[in-house]
Design a protein. Sequence first.
Length: 198
Amino acid sequence: MSNLEKLKKHLRAGQVYRRADLVGLSTSLDRHLRQLVDEGVLKKIRGGIYYKPRKSVFGDVPPEEQKVLARFLKSDDFLVMSLNSYNALGLGTTQLYNEQLVYNHKRDGRVEMNGQKYFFMKGRKYPKKVNKAFLLVDLVNNIDLLAEDREALKGRIAQRASDFGMEEVCRTAKLYGKAATQKFFEQITSRSEFASAG
């Protein structure tokens, strides 16, 4: 069996590979990867990352986002967020965004892969599962990324924060909020405590 055939046999439909995963399967790996891309057996996502498409009646099925990001980051420890998720909080945000946020421990910066834009944010703490309290805290963390009237939005958050359970929001802000975000929710809490005392 030739090296090219050995490489082809190793590849599984729907899987994403780094070049480093395939070393040892071919003595002419770069040439064979180019050949497989030319033949349509593999698709190149970006330098050093490939996937073998699954076929459907509609054509090639793109790889799962989680698999692409896991191979890119060389880790399964990340959280993908969309700024569009904030629109579900009922706070009047209406803009649509085509960039995904990726909280992780390895990379910073903006990258485009497979037609999708990603903003990698290293060093942010994040939960395994997202709930409404985290979404609210995350919105305030990322308010500068939004194409909304920020002061008006902060006013609406202050008015509606208690709807999300202030105790849980403050606890979530302490765990995942930037310093400014924590301060913002502390001020809302102290104002509401003052109002209820009066």
